[in-house]
Every structure is written in structure tokens, then in C-alpha cells.
Design a protein around this ligand. Structure first.
Ligand code: HEC
Length: 222
């Protein structure tokens, strides 16, 4: 008996259903996503990155930071660790091309680092020598993002503000962040996923139970 037509039909059905499930259905669900207005603040979320932060995304990618860092806060344990205020959803990645989700978590998740660490000099010191700001850090140093310069009559304004130990070690010299370092920090500062969304509201803390009677029952003040 000739089973060829049945076999071909089976192959066609398997390919077309998986194409529908993996390509068409997600596109129908998420393909039309647009920035939304946050009710509480009136802010549009997400907003496009500044040009500098966009350049920083390329530096992040070129240095493969995603090898050790994810950008995806899962509900539960990740929020308890302080990695995000809420879980991340598709809306958060609207302006990311490519999305740098990462899969290995040798370092903390960075989806919300822009809200967690707002000090540019901290980020620069951390990239230059992580152990200057985080005790026993195992993150590699990105020293090549800085230029070592002899201090002239006065230290330059754009030089890294080094802690005393390090300033003493390289006495007479200063470390100046290169354009890539500044762009990378602008990108890290732009990583925020803490706007309350309809599909991922911020978890509300239960109000502490009050023992006193409601204020309406108390005698009015004269
Ligand atoms: C080999 C793994 C590794 C790579 C590659 C790596 N990191 Fe890290 N990173 C870590 C570890 C481990 C920590 C936690 C210790 C610390 O804070 O220094 C960390 C911490 C951080 C933090 C602080 C996070 C927080 O919650 O305080 C930032 C920001 C960061 N890394 C940015 C970067 C950037 C940007 C790159 C790429 C230029 C990068 N990392 C590459 C391992 C890595």
C-alpha cells in the first residue's frame, strides 16, 4: 500500500502547527504591543533610550555581560532577593533589539539595576575594579574601559573619583573613563522595570491591622 500521501500530510501538519504555535500565535498576542501611559505618574512606559544609553547597550553586548547577568525578574524568589519590584513582562523589552535576557546568573539580575544603583561613580568604580566597591567581588575588571593619565597641574574633572587606597597606589596618575565606559553606565542606569503595569502590578503590602476604632467613631475635635 502507498503511504506516501499520508506521510506527507503528517509532515505538513507537524510543521504547520508548530509554525502556527511558535511564530503566528505569539505575534498575534504580542506583535501589537505599544508603550502605555502609567496611570499613577502619567509617564509613558517604556520610553525609548537616549542615544548614549543605546550606544551603551552595544558595549554591554560587545563585552558579553549577558554571559553572567540576566535581565529577567521572575515572580517570587527574584523579587525577594531585591532584583526587581515586580516580575518582568514582554512590555519591558519593547525597545530592546536584541533583547539581552541572558541565561546564566553568575552575577545578579540587572533588569532593574537603574533603580537599585543610581550613582554613576559607583558604576564606574565597579567596572574599573569591582573590589573597590564590593567586598570579595568575583566580577572581572573592565580596566580597558579607562585611560591612565599623568595628573597635570590639576586633576581632570572627568577623572574617576578613586577611594584613597587606590589613589595612593597609582599616585601621580588618574583614571579617565573612555566613551564606552560612560555609555555603558548610561545603559545600566536606563535599565528599569519598576513601572506598575496592568499585567504586572507592583505587589501591594497588606496594611497593618489597626486595633483602635475607626476615626469616624471618635468624638469630633472642637
Ligand atoms: C564572569 C561573570 C561576570 C561578567 C562577565 C560580568 N559580571 Fe557583573 N557581576 C558579576 C558578579 C559575580 C557580580 C556580583 C558581585 C559584585 O557586585 O561585584 C556582578 C555584579 C554586577 C553589578 C552590580 C549588581 C548589583 O545588584 O549590585 C553590575 C551593575 C554589573 N555586574 C554589571 C556588569 C557589566 C556591565 C558587565 C559587562 C561589561 C558585567 N557585569 C560582566 C559577574 C560578572
Amino acid at each position: 500500500m502507498n503511504h506516501a500521501p499520508l506521510l506527507l500530510f503528517g509532515i505538513f501538519a507537524a510543521l504547520s502547527t508548530s509554525w502556527f504555535g511558535l511564530v503566528v500565535w505569539p505575534q498575534l498576542q504580542l506583535g501589537q504591543l505599544q508603550p502605555v501611559e502609567i496611570e499613577e505618574t502619567g509617564q509613558i512606559y517604556p520610553s525609548a533610550r537616549s542615544g548614549l544609553a543605546q550606544q551603551g547597550a552595544d558595549v554591554y553586548r560587545a563585552n558579553n555581560c549577558a554571559a553572567c547577568h540576566t535581565q529577567q525578574v521572575r515572580p517570587g524568589a527574584d523579587i525577594a532577593r531585591g532584583w526587581g519590584a515586580r516580575r518582568t513582562v514582554a512590555q519591558d523589552y519593547l525597545f530592546d533589539t536584541p533583547v539581552m535576557l541572558g541565561s546564566s546568573r553568575i552575577g545578579p539580575d540587572l533588569a532593574n539595576i537603574g533603580a537599585r544603583q543610581i550613582d554613576d561613580n559607583w558604576h564606574l568604580l565597579h567596572l574599573y575594579k569591582p573590589r573597590l566597591v564590593v567586598e570579595n567581588s568575583v566580577m572581572p575588571s573592565y580596566r580597558f574601559l579607562f585611560t591612565k593619565r599623568a595628573i597635570g597641574a590639576k586633576p581632570s574633572l572627568d577623572a574617576l573619583k578613586l577611594p584613597d587606597v587606590e589613589a595612593k597606589r597609582i599616585e601621580g596618575y588618574e583614571m579617565v573613563p573612555k566613551a564606552d565606559a560612560l555609555a555603558l553606565v548610561a545603559y545600566l542606569r536606563s535599565l528599569r522595570s519598576d513601572a506598575p503595569l496592568f499585567e504586572a502590578p507592583l505587589p501591594t503590602k497588606p496594611k497593618p491591622a489597626t486595633l483602635s476604632a475607626p476615626s469616624t467613631n471618635s468624638p469630633a475635635k472642637k
